[in-house]
Design a protein around this ligand. Structure first.
Ligand code: NOJ
Ligand code: CA
Length: 541
């Protein structure tokens, strides 16, 4: 099938630039305690801006937290956990990042707090406390059981019984992460103030955690059973989570009004450039997912679409997802692609090492904003973690191991005498930033080439997308076009050499091969793709 979409012509930074996700505990330990911190991020800003060429960093939570959920259990929304530095460190990070031309996006976790948050401590203290209704407290059913059948990702009930005040509270994640009650106007006002706090400091936008969860069914109805329960192999959720259809515990349409308000707040800070709202929107029916852009595109700039993480690494499956995505998008809504994050197995582990280079070309040449998870630019795989080293009860540690900077002890993540909070892989002496920078054909240098090419290419930044039908099963090709520039991307995901014929195209020139060893004229009628090779071809005419 051939499809075409119009270019927007817009050069808004969040449409064209690459967004790089930093998991602060794992990026670089700047003060020698074995845990990554904001000092470490500041240290490596030149790498991100000058070496890699990305546009914006997104920092996963660095707020005060008991760290039961890697910092997504927050006990103070407007401060920095001492593990990472303090507010002054964050201010320096902002200043330095901006000086390097980087935007800074931070995580905003509206759905829940830590049970150590003073709001929850107050709320749980007595039924009569003015903050009682800031969280979701319900009476038991007449037989004493939980208010309904909802289960959270670990497979347990979302309801936790509090003997002292004789009610259950709701937690969509761990017991230690009670959900806020967004239907209470005081909660809403307090949480909007949190956004203003960070915007006033100078942040450029937010990645909003589990945006689909903040409003639940006001009648608290039971979720129906799932007639076809099937665990998602790419997610770390407990199989029990899938035994029910999650129709009442999430995605209540009332949440859109909240995101419209948040967008208005962000827009009020947008002067020369946009302040941006990205959302960790779960994969769901297209109709439901598309609503996160807002009916007049007045909600999320970039609702993440995670389908690529969950798509088998096959040319047909990937093409069909991209085409469906392109077809569903309303005019003006901007696509985005994600290949990895701190919750899912890394691409090299999920799809195999041979997928890494093709994935880089795919991510950086599709129409839409690419988000890159730290370490993916090295082709880092998941790192095995022993039960003694385990930190995360959901088993996400292997995806969160330290960034590999050089061949020194602990891969340069922390000083030799410190012990990294999670292990580095045994082969770190060969796979690290320094080694890959000096190896001309490395994965890192492929990323650098692709990012640099993308930055300079109107066709890749804002051009149209058109997929090209191919008879070879393992191959996927598409055209990106903008005024005066036509770029062909041809990917061979198979383990065999393939010769593809793109008969309606004129001759061209290979600008980038995923192996970084080919720059030559080609005949599109007989385009040779080596196994697992991708080509970026500039077409004449
Ligand atoms: C999604 C985050 O990405 C994940 O790491 C976290 O555990 C949950 N939301 C809860 O905040
Ligand atoms: Ca540290």
């Amino acid at each position: 099938m051939i499809m075409r979409r119009e270019a927007t012509g817009s050069r808004d930074w969040w449409r064209t630039g690459v967004i790089y996700q930093i998991y602060p505990r794992s990026f670089r330990d700047g003060n020698g305690d074995g845990i990554g911190d904001l000092f470490g991020v500041i240290e490596h800003l030149p790498y991100l801006s000058e070496m890699l060429g990305i546009e914006a960093i997104w920092l996963s939570p660095f707020y005060p937290s008991p760290m039961r959920d890697g910092g997504y259990d927050i006990s103070d929304f407007t401060n920095v956990d001492p593990t990472f530095g303090d507010l002054a460190t964050f201010r320096s990070l902002l200043t330095e990042a901006h000086r390097h031309g980087l935007k800074v996006l931070i995580d905003y976790v509206p759905n829940h707090t830590s049970d150590q948050h003073p709001w929850f401590v107050a709320s749980r203290s007595a039924r009569s406390h003015p903050l009682r209704d800031w969280y979701i407290w319900r009476d038991p059913r007449p037989d004493g059981s939980a208010p309904n059948n909802w289960v959270e990702e670990t497979g347990n009930s979302v309801w936790e019984w509090e003997e002292r005040t004789g009610q259950y509270y709701l937690h969509s994640h761990y017991v230690s992460q009670p959900d806020l009650n967004w239907r209470n106007p005081s909660v809403r006002a307090a949480m909007i103030d949190v956004l203003r706090f960070w915007l006033d400091l100078g942040v450029d936008g937010f990645r909003i955690d589990v945006p689909h969860l903040i409003m639940k069914d006001p009648q608290w109805r039971d979720n129906p059973p799932n007639p076809h329960p099937q665990a998602n192999p790419y997610d770390r959720q407990h199989p029990l989570f899938h035994t029910q259809l999650h129709v009442y515990d999430r995605q209540h349409p009332d949440l859109h009004e909240v995101y419209r308000e948040i967008r208005t707040v962000l827009d009020s800070y947008s002067g020369e450039y946009d302040h941006v709202m990205m959302g960790e929107t779960e994969v769901c029916a297209w109709e439901t997912w598309l609503r996160y852009y807002g009916q007049d595109q007045d909600e999320f700039h970039l609702p993440f679409h995670f389908q690529l993480i969950e798509t088998p690494w096959q040319a047909g499956a990937i093409r069909s997802f991209v085409e469906t995505f392109e077809q569903h998008l309303p005019m003006g809504a901007w696509p985005n692609y994600v290949l990895g994050n701190h919750d899912r197995p890394r691409l090299a582990t999920r799809c195999g090492a041979e997928a890494v280079r093709i994935a880089a070309m795919l991510l950086l040449t599709l129409r839409g904003t690419p988000t890159l998870y730290y370490g993916e630019e090295l082709g880092m795989p998941d790192v095995p973690v022993t039960p003694q080293q385990q930190q995360d009860p959901l088993g996400r540690d292997p995806t969160r191991t330290p960034m590999l900077w050089n061949a020194e002890p602990h891969a340069g993540f922390c000083p030799p005498q410190a012990r990294p909070w999670l292990p580095v892989p045994s082969d770190y002496r060969t796979t690290n930033v320094a080694t890959q920078l000096s190896a001309p054909h490395s994965t890192l240098n492929l990323y650098r080439r692709l990012v640099a090419y993308r930055r300079a290419s109107e066709a890749l930044c804002t051009g149209t997308y058109r997929s090209i039908p191919l008879s070879q099963e393992g191959c996927y090709a598409y055209l990106r076009e903008a005024k005066g520039q036509r770029v062909l991307v041809a990917l061979n995901l198979s383990a065999q050499e393939q010769v593809v014929s793109l008969s309606d195209l004129r001759e061209g020139w290979v600008a980038i091969s995923t192996e970084l060893d080919r720059q030559e004229a080609i005949d599109p009628n007989r385009l040779l793709l080596r196994k697992h090779e991708g080509l970026l071809v500039e077409l004449r005419g």
